[in-house]
Design a protein around this ligand. Sequence first.
Ligand SMILES: [Cu+2]
Length: 494
Amino acid sequence: MSSRRGFLQNFLAGVGIFASVRPLSAQETSMAHGREGILTKRKRETAASEDGGNIPVPVLTPDVPELPFRMDGNVKEFHLIAEPVKQEIVPGRVVDLWGYNGSAPGPTIQISKGDRVRVIVDNHLPEATSMHWHGFEVSNEMDGSPGSSQDPIAPGGRFVYEFTLNQEGTYFYHSHMAMQEMMGMIGAFVMHPKKSYKPRVDKDFVIIMQEYAILPNINVPNSMNMEFNWLTFNGKSGPATTPLILRHGERARIRLINLGMDHHPIHLHGHQFVVTGTEGGRQPESTWGPGNTVLVGVAQSRDVEFVANNPGDWMLHCHLPHHMMNQMSSNVGPISRRMGMTMGEGMEQGMGMLRGGNATADENGPSLGRGMGVGSTAEQAMSNSPLSAGSLMQQHEDMPGMQMAAPDVSTNANSVPGFPQDAFMEGPMMAMDQMVDKPENYGLRPGWSGFMAGMMTFVRVLPPDKYDQIMELRQKATGQKPMPSIPRMEHNNE
Ligand SMILES: [Cu+2]
């Protein structure tokens, strides 16, 4: 950091700005120039504030890039490209989604109250789209409602949105074509207050919840389905999600955003939190009551805040049991396990995918889009292949890094009605610690990943030495600056 320029480059890399730039490299230079002006102004403001505590900390969106901007006069200009993306939701499971700038969910946008904002939206999809600004108090022609406030953006087309934002809170942008929403097309849009709230938080995270119905051996979600087998936080399913790292004693905010077909009760272990905001903005302190589970309905956002006063690795997860699993598909069992028997309905029919006929035909009507086959297909006898208990843990030959072991079950397990339940859905058999190895996972108990699936991640409340260790590992691994624990430094959100 011998020069101001060097510092700026390092800083922007540190918050993932350059790392996130994909199609916008031509903008980098101008963006950096624009940012430099802001940073200079920021530095003055920071210096003027004795404790540096007036500036809100920027949000971190684990596993999702941040959208850079450039200044055009007094306008913050962002550039979003709607396009098909390849998203690896867990190691080895790359799926075809639709998102923005190479990511689903799309990159996070951060602005400050009072900002004049321009967002250029290019449509690189094979069909028309529209961009809705969810909860924004903007003029009707900027609302992004296809048909009523504007023409849909044609394939290859562009629409330029521009507005002044006088709101604060956790907002988001999304395609207003319903089926496109179920392909991944949403992103966070955080509007910071000019001065940080009291009490001020040390860390501020964004988590977007999404869900997909993706059959085995197919990479494209069925956007019409009503049940889902892949549940994600920020485009990743556990154990591929990146833990939220906190130093013991820090105050944290987590901004939860939900766009899908289900409502998600999000539960934090080991702490009580208060709900400090909704999709409508900050809630008055008089409404804050303690809790540890918050229901985030479809199209809602909820901000929760807590003091990380309990050291440990704490689960943060949706509490719907089926949302704590990966790759669920109820027909996999019968097909793979019923030797020599009639298979009945296939998975495609079960998940509502048409091979012939039409949606209301006799053979499709009862099950189309209704689920994965349970209750809508012909009654089937279920049986499971025998299990043997007690063999040693071993490395799987075909999947290096995958830990395999016989399930920990009793010797008479097969005679117990209802068995197996968790044995095949979680546990040592599903562990893949090495495959999801990253600095943020350092020091977790061996085998932890076997019990983490779907909408799950960790809030890791670490003593100072362990916290510093992970930050150092992170710096080594990525060449990035560690996350500031007390961000006196400049950042890009004002
Ligand atoms: Cu859920």
